[in-house]
Ligand binder design. Structure first.
Ligand code: C2E
Ligand code: MG
Ligand code: MG
Ligand code: MG
Length: 281
């Protein structure tokens, strides 16, 4: 097959651009199509949010994480792992992230009317490209103002990659939003490449223990040690801590025994449309 491609490429001559590897060509073609579809998705109203419960030690829902879904007309539901990296590369994540933020704030307002849901927080994932936009702070504040959502109920999830180079700028962005009551969680904690020293200087509220450590907790001593240290670290830095990807009772029991009292994972509920959320898991 490779020989054939080489033959075709030679036959095509010098003035024709040909890829040597048909598999690669097919891949690039599929990617270009996905990108074209992604550019239309906002206008065609194809995005929706699913919400995954975050619970306390009594299994009461204390908040949710908003997770983006793309309802593609032919492909069906596309998961974020399949389109967010692409959206980050071509910066479509900026308008898409704006849509997510607004939808999450509207949900907060809908919940504010009912005492049973008024205290829930909504965590929203923010991509570095979005966070580094000059207008990011103004955009978040404008969205809070136009929807009427309470800033204290909005938690922005950022990742360590933000703090690798422009630490001071990131801190300033967070400080300005936090002044208005918005809180910050550090997502996927422990999987990035940044140093721990940033932790003491950043205005963070919560560490999210990455699901890869939680998954291996009971089989792998190194993962257990990392989780125990993260819980201890958040205690001494006076940060909240939440474990992601909790799937079994045994993992939950281990986490409770080691001082973690907030959880997110399939054990308590998968990400679902808002109507399917249950207040107590
Ligand atoms: P994340 O922010 O770390 O979100 C947690 C992911 O773990 C979600 O995958 C969730 O469905 C999955 N998960 C939750 N509990 C469990 C569990 O018990 N076991 C397992 N195996 N998985 C669990 P999802 O929804 O596919 O999202 C993947 C990633 O895509 C997110 O990781 C986040 O980085 C990104 N993402 C999702 N929505 C958005 C968004 O609105 N904006 C941006 N920038 N990124 C988003
Ligand atoms: Mg997240
Ligand atoms: Mg995570
Ligand atoms: Mg992640």
């Amino acid at each position: 097959q490779a020989d054939m491609a080489l033959f075709q490429a030679k036959r095509a001559g010098r003035d024709t651009l040909r890829f040597f590897d048909p598999a690669m060509q097919a891949q690039l073609h599929a990617r270009a199509r996905l990108e074209a579809d992604l550019r239309q998705a906002l206008a065609r109203d194809e995005f929706l949010l699913h919400y995954q419960p975050q619970v306390d030690a009594d299994r009461r829902m204390i908040g949710v994480e908003a997770l983006l879904r793309w309802q593609h007309p032919e492909r069906g539901m596309v998961s974020p792992g399949d389109f967010i990296p692409l959206a980050e590369e071509n910066r479509l994540i900026v308008p898409i992230g704006g849509w997510v933020l607004e939808a999450a704030c509207r949900q907060l307002v809908a919940w504010a009317a009912d005492p049973a849901t008024a205290d829930l927080t909504v965590s929203v994932n923010v991509s570095p490209q979005q966070f580094r936009e000059a207008a990011f702070v103004d955009h978040v504040l404008a969205t809070l103002a136009s929807t009427g959502a309470r800033p204290e109920r909005l938690k922005l999830e950022v990742t360590e990659s933000l703090f690798v180079d422009d630490r001071d700028e990131a801190r300033e962005t967070m400080r300005r939003l936090r002044e208005h009551g918005v809180t910050f969680a550090l997502d996927d904690f422990g999987t990035g490449y940044s140093s721990l020293s940033y932790l003491k200087r950043l205005p963070l509220d919560q560490l999210k223990i990455d699901q890869s450590f939680v998954r291996d907790l009971l089989e792998d001593e190194a993962s257990a040690a990392i989780v125990a240290s993260t819980i201890a670290l958040s205690e001494s830095l006076e940060l909240e801590v939440i474990a992601e990807g909790v799937e079994t009772e045994a993992q939950r029991a281990w986490l409770v025994a080691h001082g973690c009292h907030a959880f997110q994972g399939y054990l308590f509920g998968r990400p679902v449309p808002v109507e399917a959320l249950v207040l107590s898991c």
